[in-house]
Design a protein around this ligand. Structure first.
Ligand SMILES: [Zn+2]
Length: 205
């Protein structure tokens, strides 16, 4: 059985999620944006063993906790799109993640095995060039692409409003009953957003 735990972390209250397999006692950590020690304490307290870190995009408020978590759990693989990494210090240090040990780049169509559950990678740019959504069964971890009633900013480097509209359309057209776990604030469903999210409504026109 799968369980999702949402932990707002850091100054902007970014949602870090634990995707937990209660039988295997494992978890995937999605967007550890800060407070690595608190996240690790929560994981350890629950008797879970983390098997991977999944990053939706490289903005600092989604990745600041990565190095600290790797200290707690050495060797943990870290998945992120290549355009979200500050390779050779070429990118903006606040908007891209510094390379870490165990980094694996992901792209559209990749599948990551979380125990028996395949996690699909959907490239959903617009908030940033390499923003991805991780689909685990009927759950979408979509970072700052789709929010309840809103969508991510597109005025940062690599952002594009027409592009995020395409990504929003793609996400809600995956089905009406998908649970949406965004990078900030509350969870929602694709069906709800299709009905009342003004950005989604515009994207569907
Ligand atoms: Zn962001």
């Amino acid at each position: 059985m799968l369980q999702i735990r949402r932990m707002p972390v850091g100054q902007i209250g970014t949602n870090c999620y634990l995707l937990e397999d209660l039988e295997a006692k494992t978890c995937a950590v999605i967007d550890p944006g800060d407070q690595a020690d608190d996240i690790a304490r929560e994981i350890d307290k629950s008797g879970l063993r983390p098997t991977m870190i999944l990053i939706t995009h490289g903005h600092f408020d989604h990745v600041l906790g990565v190095p600290g978590l790797l200290k707690h759990y050495p060797g943990l693989p870290v998945y992120i799109h290549e355009k979200e990494v500050n390779w050779n210090k070429a990118g903006d240090q606040y908007m891209t993640m510094n390379p870490v040990e165990g980094i694996h780049t992901v792209k559209e169509g990749d599948v990551i095995d979380f125990g028996d559950l395949p996690i699909q990678v959907l490239h959903t740019p617009g908030h940033s060039r390499g923003s991805v959504t991780y689909r685990a069964g009927d759950v979408l971890f979509c970072g700052d692409t789709l929010f309840a009633g809103s969508c991510g900013r597109t005025d940062f480097v690599g952002g594009s409003y027409p592009t995020i509209l395409k990504s929003l359309k793609r996400l809600v057209e995956l089905g009406d009953d998908l649970r949406v776990c965004p990078g900030h604030e509350g969870v929602t469903t694709t069906g709800t957003e299709k009905e009342r999210n003004p950005f989604v409504l515009q994207a569907l026109q």
